[in-house]
Design a protein around this ligand. Structure first.
Ligand SMILES: Cc1cc2nc3c(=O)[nH]c(=O)nc-3n(C[C@H](O)[C@H](O)[C@H](O)COP(=O)(O)OP(=O)(O)OC[C@H]3O[C@@H](n4cnc5c(N)ncnc54)[C@H](O)[C@@H]3O)c2cc1C
Ligand code: FES
Ligand code: FES
Length: 496
């Protein structure tokens, strides 16, 4: 007689889907949430548009417990893996209307303000607006536009959708009409019961999916499976699967590890766990380094910022990742960990060559430390891309100088998109140090970019464009540091 299966909590992925609990003992490493919803659960309200995190048609909310705090964020189901959902609450568009069919205020506002034509994008818009509705009861127009950066509509135009968001914000019914608010306490209790103290391992033939409970478990798993794919926010790895059909077996999902999501502030600076999302990392960084605040809105869309991590941006070693250049300029260090212990190195030394980082087998990125910026230092980072929203950088320049008696005492300049790795502009720095901080000095130093970089031409920009833009960014930095030109320069760049 078959035995009732003991629920050990370490051989299954468990999460809440809308109001029902899901336990999966058989999950392929590359199974996406979107396929699971549409093909296995027939929850077809969530749509597939691009399958690469760009269009937002697949937007759902994922609720995560941190202590007693249950927070919901919009994410792209097309590039989120089922194995990464353990201990979360997944909310799809089907969950919003009341049982009697009464639409949620967000849905009703989309109807009232004619926010939909073909409707293919509509469920995704509704879910992004719902995420905003839950977290912000008085959103500004800028907040609304930011929340919708990751949703594309090719029929309706955005104005009716923005108007719907404004109207929904003022319609705040009592908790009983909102499915998430009404069930909050019960959801917290259910998620707590799901928490696993041990590493979850699911094997099926050659497939192996691992979800460590903590950083020590991750180190052990990586020591045992050195060729495994580590997956944090999956905003890069998701596309390997959906666009390149690359296998990611065995896979280790690390997005539930609480230790990797810590942000610690001290006199010396800020330590950010590798698993901290862009959204959380930049919120913390921009209070200490205000110039970084403007960069966050230029990274992906809201869903990508909620999923993607600083650790993933560094570990993937991309020459066009947006966080390495400013972090290098700020003097950041990266800490790597394995079962052998930890080691810390300057972030700029981590990037050895295109596609090659200083990460040994069995190591993972544990945290990034960003030293405090002295008040007298000038610091700025500028992203150049074809579109303002949700576009990858053609190049990104970060600048920092300290002056003494009108002369440049120290200079740190780094660029993405100008070489095979994020790279310092050593010759430009040398051309500035010790010289008066004047336009003449800057004009001479611009020539040194030719020594530091030989950028490529690709579909994002030509080599000539990149070189010219890099030189102009140095001039822009100079003008902004002079103060009075700053407003004009921001205006010219379309930021005001
Ligand atoms: C629509 C869209 C827009 C985007 N826009 C931008 C943009 O504007 N700017 C930008 O810089 N990037 C952008 N990206 C890329 C991506 O969001 C970032 O690179 C992100 O930071 C990756 O983090 P992740 O946690 O999602 O990494 P994952 O996809 O989970 O992993 C990326 C790589 O890092 C490794 N890895 C992850 N965490 C660790 C760790 N702790 N230790 C060791 N290895 C690890 C993985 O094995 C993998 O090789 C965009 C992506 C999408 C889909
Ligand atoms: S289908 Fe386009 S973002 Fe997921
Ligand atoms: S209503 Fe058609 S794409 Fe948005």
């Amino acid at each position: 007689m078959p035995q009732a299966r003991e629920n050990k909590n370490n051989d299954s992925i468990r999460f809440i889907l809308n109001d029902s609990e899901v336990t999966l003992t058989d999950v392929a490493p590359s199974a996406t949430l979107l396929d699971y919803l549409r093909l296995e659960r027939r929850l077809t309200g969530t749509k597939e548009g691009c399958a690469e995190g760009d269009c937002g048609a697949c937007t759902v909310l994922v609720g995560r417990l941190s202590g007693q705090m249950l927070t919901y964020e919009s994410i792209n189901a097309c590039i989120r893996f089922v194995g990464s959902l353990h201990g979360t609450h997944v909310v799809t568009v089907e969950h919003l209307a009341a049982r009697d069919g009464t639409l949620h205020p967000v849905q009703q506002a989309m109807v009232d303000f004619h926010g939909s034509q073909c409707g293919f994008c509509t469920p995704g818009f509704v879910m992004s607006l719902y995420g905003l509705w839950l977290s912000n009861d008085n959103p500004s127009r800028a907040d609304i536009e930011k929340a919708l950066q990751g949703n594309l509509c090719r029929c309706t135009g955005y104005e009716p959708i923005v108007k719907a968001a404004e109207a929904a914000a003022s319609a705040r019914p009592s908790a009983i009409f909102d499915p998430i608010v009404a069930a909050r306490d019960e959801t917290i209790a259910r998620l707590k019961a799901m928490k696993s103290e041990e590493t979850i391992t699911i094997r099926d033939g050659e497939h192996c999916l691992i979800v460590p409970a903590d950083a020590a478990g991750l180190a052990t798993a990586l020591a045992q499976h050195q060729g495994a794919t580590v997956v944090a926010g999956s905003t890069d790895v998701g596309l390997w699967v959906t666009k390149q059909m690359r296998p990611i077996n065995p896979v280790i999902f690390i997005n539930g590890i609480a230790e990797l999501q810590q942000i610690a502030r001290s006199e010396a600076g800020i330590t950010i766990g590798a698993g901290v999302s862009y959204t959380a990392a930049f919120a913390a960084l921009s209070s200490a380094y205000p110039a970084l605040g403007r960069l966050i809105d230029r990274i992906g869309g809201e869903q990508v910022r909620n999923m993607g991590t600083i650790g993933g941006n560094i570990a993937n070693g991309s020459p066009i990742g947006d966080s390495p250049p400013p972090l290098i300029v700020l003097g950041a260090t990266v800490t790597l960990r394995s079962t052998e212990g930890t080691r810390t190195l300057p972030l700029e030394d981590f990037f050895i060559a295109y596609g090659k980082q200083d990460r040994k087998a069995g190591e993972f990125v544990e945290s990034i430390f960003v030293p405090r910026l002295p008040a007298e230092d000038h610091f700025a980072a500028y992203k150049i891309s074809k579109r303002r929203d949700e576009d990858i950088s053609a190049l990104l320049g970060a600048f920092r100088i300290a002056l003494e008696d009108g002369k440049v005492r120290s200079a740190r300049i780094a660029f993405g998109g100008m070489a095979g790795t994020p790279k310092r502009a050593a010759s430009v720095e040398a051309a500035l140090i010790g010289k008066p901080w004047t336009e003449e000095t800057v004009r001479v130093a611009q020539g040194a970019f030719e020594t530091d970089y030989q950028p490529l031409s690709d579909w994002r920009a030509t080599s000539t464009y990149r070189m010219l833009a890099a030189k102009n960014l140095l001039l822009r930095f100079f003008l902004e540091s002079e103060g009075e030109a700053a407003e004009l320069v921001r205006y010219a760049a379309g930021e005001r």
